[in-house]
Design a protein around this ligand. Sequence first.
Ligand code: ARG
Length: 594
Amino acid sequence: MKKILDLISGEVAAAFAACGYDAEYGKVTLSNRPDLCEYQCNGAMAAAKEYKTAPFMIADRIVEKLSGNPMFSMAESVKPGFINLKLEGAYLADYLEQMQADTGRFGCEKVKEPKVIMIDYGGPNVAKPLHVGHLRSAIIGESVKRIGRFMGHTMIGDVHLGDWGLQMGLIITELKLRQPELPYFEEAYEGAYPEEPPFTISELEEIYPAASAKSKEDEAYKEAAMQATFELQQGRKGYQALLSHILSVSVSDLKQNYENLVSFDLWKGESDAQPYIPEMVQKMKEEGFAYVSDGTLVVDVKEETDTKEIPPCMILKSDGASLYSTTDLATLVWRMQDYQPDEIIYVVDKRQELHFIQVFRCARKTGLVKPETELKFLGFGTMNGKDGKPFKTREGGVMRLEHLISGINAEMYKKITENQNAKENLGISPEEAEETAKTVALAAIKYGDLSNQAGKDYIFDVDRFTSFEGNTGPYILYTIVRIKSILKKYYGMGNQIQEAPILAAHSESEKNLMLELSKFNATMETAFEETAPHKVCSYIYELANAFNSFYHANKIMAEEDENVRKSYIRLLELTKSILETCIDVLGFSAPERM
Ligand code: ARG
């Protein structure tokens, strides 16, 4: 379905053309004076210059042309030359009618040329607990993926585990110290390695920080860890076997932690890039891109137009060990080979931007990606506490994701049970309250994050995010639940709405709700094009507000005119569907009641 703004622009453009002006001037936008009109066209102001006529003369002619047009209930020219427009109620009602008939899509067409888009997000580091820093990547990435899917693209989400750096060498070194008798350390060992991992996840999570602390104090220990990392990277069998254990233990823990929060299509990691490194490096050398500088193999990536210095991209350390950029480059090799993506989006902390500039340039220069493949860095800001500093535990430590989530779950549980005691007793069982609390808590966290432009830092304010009022996830869910409950009552009384048309609005609040509904397709398109889930958030906030104003200003169930009542119910159905579709692309859902 065409976007409503395009339909309106089309009509106004035709009027410009009919009056002998360039149709381009007929572009219509949403009004920035909603008190005066719904849409506006400023084209007469621009046309005035070209046609050397006073703008209001042009505006008057256009308005004259538009008079009697069934699309508009008002077309007015306002000095010095604005054209103010209001949609005819019947026209808008018919638009919504078509939206609702378009099941599941509500007027939003899938793209004509779907792309294959890979999305690199999450990025947890194995053996290290998930912390809030990884939360943003997961939340934003998941939403970008879902928006893309909704638009018809093939979206492939890859978690890109951090499993190939010094942290692996550290774990190996510490383990060797603690359990030297294990076969993994015996170089001449020929047998099969045990199937059971030599540690649990909690042991692993204790081993890493212990090793990391030691390496900062003990130079020899650090040397040993670097050596172990190197040997692992060179394919030492016992270490490879340990890596598999570390991975399997970590990944099953991660999967649990990510449950309900995100779902990845691929569980690849940095280590999956290893097999592609030697050939890639060889090629970069042969083709003259890579050269040794101060012992490190590098590729120059600076460009003439740079305003700040972009250092060379490092390919291999002097001992031949690979780096963060090496695995990112070699990951591109298998991504291109196995998926031929048209685009790859990296959802990573914006502080890593320089790394990605280097990697992208190096990949282009050395031909790792085809020229048409777009590499996009979606850098996100820091999640801060109320003190404006990076979010920490009360004791000042790094906040673990699971603790953050369980804390908010508890907070939500309290609110829901209080709410239910205070108001009508809905008969919600403790089990249902717990489930509902989880659903609402997830919405609070995700919406709290997504409603901010990704690139900005934001304050994680638990009290605000969990509030049922204001621009919050719970408020959106509350609105959906409110609609569900009215519908349930309505249908519960044996009512039906078959064949009842959506009527032209009877009040301003109803018209406003209808206008908001009609913006759905445009919102989705823009959110995808601009990789901007926050646009979906602002849309549903406006929509929820419009619905609640309508709800407060009108009697729905008690409306006497049966046709009007049915039309209201149809609007409720559409509002509910659209809100639900939107929260689904944001990555959360609504409970039945709360
Ligand atoms: N593991 C990294 C970190 O915790 C994030 C990985 C981002 N993705 C990538 N392709 N480099 O900082």
